[in-house]
Design a protein around this ligand. Structure first.
Ligand code: BTN
Length: 254
């Protein structure tokens, strides 16, 4: 559909003019049996959600706001690999259409230079032994011409970076194609190390000093690695190596 060269991802595309959040829509549809690979896309979100309980501004016209429903045969501890993989797919897709060198700020902010161009919110429904479904929520600032002053230092768009507007469908298609090829490859098992290596190659947080709130206090250290389960490994200035979980801590480059 729409020139999509994928087999499962996006076979079922639900395009909405307005919705609270495409992640919420994906979860509602998942309960009603929507198939693996369904994509929920909205022109505008009235309750766009970011990570750590934040809101995600989702005006009409310039952004690409969508969620992919996956029903992988994985146990909950393996889901972090899907999150890593989503970030890689967005970087590859952006690069192939725009030429922009998109990178990842741990855990999953897609950045160009030091400014964020895309955010990813992964949610899942799981029991102890079994994952029922995963929702990958992806928000890409595509054709935004300018951001309000207080955001301009932190946020950017593909248009600002490349100097021209892009058809949003082309970006979406490219990201879905990369996502499908990474997911198929990941099933091959041994490919996981390759995925982790690509993630680390794209990750701008590594070998950088970071600040984070941990054990009740503000701390600093050096980000040295990403674990197979997606945690950031930090050498604390105070001594000792710790792993930081994406759901808990805001890490700032310093
Ligand atoms: C973040 O960086 O905090 C994550 C932002 C994720 C935004 C996307 S837009 C599509 C999907 N629906 C949502 O409500 N959130 C995600």
């Amino acid at each position: 559909r729409c020139g999509l060269h994928t087999r499962a991802i996006g076979k079922n595309i639900v395009a909405l003019q307005e919705v609270d959040s495409t992640n919420e829509e994906a979860k509602r549809q998942a309960q009603c049996g929507a198939p693996d690979g369904s994509v929920f896309l909205a022109e505008r979100q009235t309750g766009g959600k970011g990570r750590l309980g934040r809101t995600w501004e989702s005006p009409a016209g310039t952004g690409i706001w969508f969620s992919v429903l996956l029903r992988p045969s994985l146990v909950p501890s393996e889901i972090s690999s899907i999150t890593l993989l989503a970030g890689i797919a967005v970087c590859r897709g952006i690069r192939s259409v725009t030429g922009c060198a998109a990178k990842l700020k741990w855990p999953n902010d897609v950045v160009i230079g030091s400014r964020k161009v895309c955010g990813i919110l992964t949610e899942m429904a799981a029991e102890i032994e079994r994952v029922e479904y995963v929702v990958l929520g992806i928000g890409i600032n595509a054709n935004t011409e300018a951001f309000p002053a207080k955001l301009a230092e932190k946020a950017t768009s593909l248009r600002i970076e490349a100097g021209s507007a892009f058809p949003r469908a082309a970006i979406l298609r490219a990201v879905l194609k990369e996502l499908e090829s990474l997911l198929l490859n990941a099933k091959a098992g041994s490919a996981f190390q390759e995925i982790l290596d690509e993630y680390k190659f794209l990750c701008v947080s590594l070998n950088r000093r970071v600040g984070f709130f941990w054990n009740g206090e503000q701390q600093t250290g050096m980000a040295v690695d990403v674990s197979p389960s997606g945690e950031l490994i930090v050498e604390r200035d105070g001594g000792g190596r710790i792993s930081i979980n994406a759901g808990e801590v805001v890490v700032q480059g310093i």
